[in-house]
Design a protein around this ligand. Structure first.
Ligand code: BMA
Length: 319
């Protein structure tokens, strides 16, 4: 890793990998427009990314990329791994996007929550897999318009927990919500837990969950994206929050400042410039580091690494 200040995030919490972006269409075994916004998880001793690939029709599917160290020597599936199946799942008519992947120890399988782009707009769909080869689809679990959802890796009390981000009509705002389920398919008791801040804030237009929440002794570490709309388009940056372990609807801490945002050329220039959009994170318990995988400018994949303790300390000292 390079020790250049330029490659650090504003407070020095995240360090970008010196050879970012780690995955581009140049690494892809087949033609694609862009590869970005991957879910990330540990699988068989490797880091596995479920990468969103936008094809040359403009629609997205997922392809697996794996690496031993999570930084180098990525192996990409030769053909698309999980493609939209609109015949059996009409909600996937215009593709599948932005997976969040969580290992559910209780069930011994991985849950993938993703955006299905239906005729009525984007909604949240769920699938399970054991091997990232075959996928057991559950279909839409939340109606349009909704995105940026992830389950927690275990039940809290006797219920599963989902964080999600509906876009209500009217002026209610685009905030982060929580919901509960006895079976991962039927969700209820929806409630806003964290709001987009108004006015001049960096996250004033909308917010949404980034990667799957990370369990720490202090609470569920949430990394989220916040959007500010400007005269020349939206800026997607990254902030932190901590949810209570036993009552995850309670936000214990939330950073006032963003901790990662577009500054590097590959983050600023692309199909949608000025977008840093994480959907996956993997904790390395030996080193205490968190590997954050994020889409850059809706074009490529980058990684930045932070000490989990530093993130928690920052949250404690920020308001
Ligand atoms: C969001 C999502 C992401 C995308 C981002 C920036 O609304 O659609 O998939 O990366 O916008 O374009």
């Amino acid at each position: 890793m390079m020790e250049t200040a330029k490659l650090h995030s504003p407070q020095g919490l995240f360090q970008r990998y010196e050879n970012n972006p780690i995955l581009t269409t140049g690494n892809w075994p087949y033609p694609a427009n862009s590869v970005f916004n991957p879910g990330a998880v540990r699988f068989k001793g490797k880091i596995l990314l479920l990468v969103r690939v936008e094809d040359l029709c403009g629609m997205s599917h997922f392809t697996v990329a794996t690496s031993r160290d999570g930084l180098t020597d990525w192996r990409v599936d030769e053909t698309p791994t999980m493609t939209a199946d609109p015949e059996n799942h009409p909600e996937e008519l215009w593709g599948i996007e932005d997976a969040r992947v969580v290992y559910l120890e209780e069930l011994g399988k991985y849950a993938i929550t993703y955006t299905a782009y239906s005729r009525g707009g984007p909604l949240v769909a769920l699938a399970f897999t054991h091997d990232f080869r075959r996928f057991e689809r559950c279909g839409a679990i939340l109606p349009t318009e909704n995105k940026d959802a992830s389950v927690l890796p275990r039940r809290v009390g006797d219920r599963w927990v989902l964080l999600h981000r509906p876009v209500p009509s009217g002026s209610v705002g685009t905030h982060m919500w929580i919901a509960y389920s006895p079976d991962l398919v039927h969700w209820g008791q929806h409630e806003i837990i964290m709001e987009a801040r108004s006015g001049g804030w960096w996250d004033s237009n909308k917010i949404g969950l980034g990667p799957q929440p990370i369990e720490t002794a202090d609470g569920w570490l949430v990394i989220y994206h916040g959007v500010r709309d400007t005269a020349s388009g939206s800026i997607y940056r990254v902030g932190l929050a901590l949810l209570d372990l036993d009552e995850p609807h309670k936000v214990v801490r939330r950073s006032e400042q963003w901790v990662l945002g577009p500054t590097e050329p590959y983050e600023r220039v692309g199909d949608v410039g000025h977008a840093t959009f994480p959907c996956g994170a993997v904790a390395d318990n030996d080193s205490g580091k968190l590997y954050l995988y994020y889409g850059v400018a809706d074009t490529s994949v980058a990684v930045a690494v932070a000490s989990i303790q530093d993130l928690l300390d920052f949250l404690k000292n920020d308001k």
